[in-house]
Write a protein of this length. Structure first.
Length: 489
């Protein structure tokens, strides 16, 4: 069984270990879960809300699963990354969780980056402390000192859910600690730099367990409440982006997992400890990082991707047109949109551009040539080019990109987008049918020893299609270079 603890809902899935078929899946709530924002830039959620949503999602799965809950052999957890959960000795949250999109801790992380030193931070933690979990805890320490004094342990959202399922076992992983900026990759230990600079006691850090392992088991009370057997191992936990990579069996150096929703995410596996000196990407321990086998997840996020495609549909494309029809219209225009380029960065500051916010723009418009179809095509090409631009950073870090894996959804439903991305990166694109809760279920199977490894677990993963790079990509590369010139201006 897999749970995906998202910002908007909790998803649950039961997967047949032998066939790989999803027996049942459900989410709760149907509408997006609330986010509390007491001040501008703040974002909080109650950890107990996630637990209540999990129980409701489990009820819905039980209604579809015809008694399959009684046969669950292992549980895996995926969760929204970078959140801070503070609990007392009874495991009760002392305050709402400060979640991933809360910006209050940026000054604390930036001050740590300056004080500890850029080279020390990037070479040991592989990132700036920025707005990650450690900086959020520093905010609590300074602004809520009485509450801070009562903290027994700090956790990530997935750690909290595992604690609830087990009836009180508080554990964490190296992968989780790395996403909070608590892990020193050079010394292979909890970062003394971070703990000393912020004045955190080592006792705040939970016991570290392997990502794939029997980490704890379902307690009697929860077993009765959920209908899952008592003693069922909780055998996997991973942040949502590493877990998305797992769900696509992206585990080996050079493999890439990509998503193209409102924003675009490219997550690649690196086999050496390395970092981007300009800190344009984030680097964490991947779910299979285990000394001496270095497996790092390099995370590239581009804000202005699917949101641009949606804007074009809403404001440029013929009224009432579907995305499929919009893709067909774009295909009527030659590669490169006859000299038209679209810069897609119109959804806030972009980390890949060193936090610059250039806005979206059109370049090379010819009033005698260009139509709505040209703009639609140029927009999709521009999004693909932004992915490729970010992947060049990954290549400069030593990653040899050969395969891009993605779920068959959102922008990856567009043949034009896939073809363009494959052409300019030289990588094949493989499409699969999967999601985060299903991936967490497979992770549980690996951790509990039901599968020997990830290749064994994902041997039944449903492959939809493969987009191979075109033989003659010159037209695409000319368009990409023109796009980069426009971006440089």
């Amino acid at each position: 069984m897999g749970y995906d603890i998202g910002t908007s809902s909790v998803k649950a899935a039961i997967v047949d270990a032998e066939t790989g078929q999803t027996i049942a899946s459900a989410q709760y709530p149907d509408a997006e879960a609330p986010i509390m924002s007491k001040q501008a830039g703040w974002a909080e959620q109650e950890p107990e809300m996630w637990w209540e949503e999990l129980k409701k999602a489990t009820e819905r799965v039980e209604q579809k699963a015809n008694g399959a809950l009684a046969d669950v052999k292992a549980i895996g957890i995926s969760y929204q990354m970078h959140g801070l959960v503070c609990v007392d000795k009874e495991g009760t949250p002392l305050r709402p969780s400060i979640i991933w999109c809360d910006g209050r801790a940026v000054p604390y992380g930036n001050a740590a980056f300056e004080a500890i030193g850029k080279e020390q931070c990037l070479s040991h933690m592989l990132n700036s402390p920025g707005n990650f979990t450690a900086a959020k805890l520093a905010w609590v320490k300074e602004n809520e000192p009485e509450l801070f004094a009562n903290i027994h342990k700090i956790m990530l959202p997935g750690d909290y859910i595992a604690m609830k399922l087990s009836g009180g076992d508080i554990k964490t992983t190296i992968s989780g600690l790395s996403e909070g900026m608590f892990w020193d990759f050079k010394n292979n230990e909890v970062s003394k730099d971070i703990m000393n600079y912020f004045g955190f006691d080592d006792s705040l850090i939970a016991e570290i367990v392997p990502t794939f392992s029997v980490q704890s088991t379902v307690c009697e009370t929860v077993a009765k409440e959920l209908g899952i057997p008592m003693g069922t191992p909780i055998a996997y936990r991973g942040g949502d982006q590493p877990n998305n990579a797992l769900s696509l069996n992206v585990m080996k150096p050079g493999e890439i997992a990509a998503t193209g929703g409102t924003s675009g995410v490219v997550y690649g596996v690196l086999g050496d400890v390395n970092y981007d000196p300009l800190s344009r990407v984030n680097t964490f321990a991947h779910v299979n990082h285990n000394q001496p086998d270095t497996r790092l997840g390099v995370l590239l996020c581009i804000n202005g991707t699917g949101i641009l495609n949606a804007w074009v549909k809403r404001t440029v494309a013929p009224e009432g047109i579907s995305y499929g029809e919009m893709n067909d219209l774009a295909e009527s225009v030659p590669v490169g949109a006859e000299g038209l380029s679209v810069i897609p960065f119109g959804n806030g500051a972009e980390r890949v551009l060193q936090n610059e916010n250039p806005g979206a723009s059109l370049h090379g418009i010819n009033f005698n040539i260009h139509t709505k179809a040209h703009i639609i095509r140029a927009a999709q090409e521009g999004i693909a080019f932004s992915f490729a631009y970010g992947m060049e950073i990954m290549k400069n870090m030593g990653m040899e990109i050969t395969t891009i894996k993605a779920g068959h959804a959102n922008l990856f439903l567009s043949p034009l987008f896939r073809r363009t991305l494959a052409a300019v990166t030289g990588a094949s694109i493989q499409l699969y049918e999967t999601d985060g809760s299903v991936g967490a279920a497979y992770g549980a199977g690996i951790g509990a020893g039901i599968y020997s490894d990830s290749d064994d677990a994902f041997k039944t993963l449903k492959h939809i299609a493969t987009e191979s790079p075109v033989e003659n990509a010159e037209e695409y590369l000319v368009a990409y270079n023109r796009w980069k010139t426009a971006l440089g201006k």
